[in-house]
Write a protein that binds this ligand. Structure first.
Ligand SMILES: [Fe+2]
Length: 257
């Protein structure tokens, strides 16, 4: 995730920080021939950089300054106003997540718990890939497609998406327009593909389906997805323990009174 770097003191006792553009976890040429260094230089070096720089300018001196990036995304989304701060914050986060969803020599097959859940929730890896490709191909205009772990009770303020309990704890594929990401629905993203034209136009022109296939077959990092799944399940288990603790405390206080 984006790192903050200290910018020095601003006002009595305040240490202000700004978000820093983090490089992808591999050389900009390392995804060739599947994603060219030209694409990486434009996409990371210009587009991603602009989101981060704009975000830093927009939050300076506001109540958002000093908050974690994820908290800025959720706070601005929940105001019901997808303004430029939300767009830049979410795009900054999404791109970090996208770079880390790929690796040189990617593709292949997932393993372990991730594969078990893929087989359970999509029937097979082929089932997941088919659904993921369809979501990415059919997102109208700019946006993102995601594989997410959904294990929530929707405790993100006034977000409006109803999340039925019977669908908790499963892998799902979702797509989102523009900058929106599944954090705002309290899902745990495992993988994403950027389907803005700037992600693929230099290499594939208007052939978005070819770009999506290349991503799934040659770039995707199942190791990253597995690691994210492990963290998501740990987070979910901790939430459940916390809910149980709260329930117990409530019962105890009722019994006492
Ligand atoms: Fe992008």
């Amino acid at each position: 995730m984006l790192q903050r770097k200290c910018r020095g003191k601003s006002g009595p006792g305040m240490i202000r920080a700004q978000f820093e553009l983090k490089p992808p976890p591999y050389d900009l040429k390392a995804l060739e021939p599947h994603m060219s260094s030209d694409t990486m230089e434009y996409h990371w070096g210009r587009h991603h950089r602009t989101y981060v720089e704009n975000l830093n300018k927009q939050i300076e001196g506001t109540e958002l300054d000093g908050m974690a990036l994820e908290d800025i995304i959720i706070a601005t989304y929940n105001k019901g106003n997808l303004d430029t701060v939300f767009n830049n914050a979410a795009q900054a986060w999404n791109h970090d997540f996208f770079w880390e969803s790929m690796k040189p020599g990617g593709g292949g097959k997932p393993s372990g718990e991730l594969l078990r859940l893929i087989n359970r929730d999509f029937g097979s890896l082929e089932g997941l890939i088919k659904e993921f490709k369809a979501a990415a191909a059919t997102q109208y205009g700019s946006g993102w497609a995601w594989l997410v772990y959904k294990a929530n009770r929707l405790n993100v303020g006034n977000a409006v998406n109803p999340l039925p309990k019977e669908e908790d704890k499963k892998l799902v594929v979702v797509k989102s327009p523009n900058a929106v990401n599944p954090l705002v629905w309290d899902y745990s993203p495992l993988l994403t593909i950027d389907i803005w034209e700037h992600a693929y136009y230099l290499d594939f022109q208007n052939r978005r389906p070819d770009y999506i296939s290349t991503f799934m077959e040659n770039l995707v990092s199942w190791e990253a997805a597995s690691s994210r799944l492990e963290k998501a399940q740990a987070r979910d288990a901790e939430r459940e323990r916390e809910e149980e603790r709260k329930k117990e405390e409530e019962w105890k206080s009722r019994f006492k009174s």
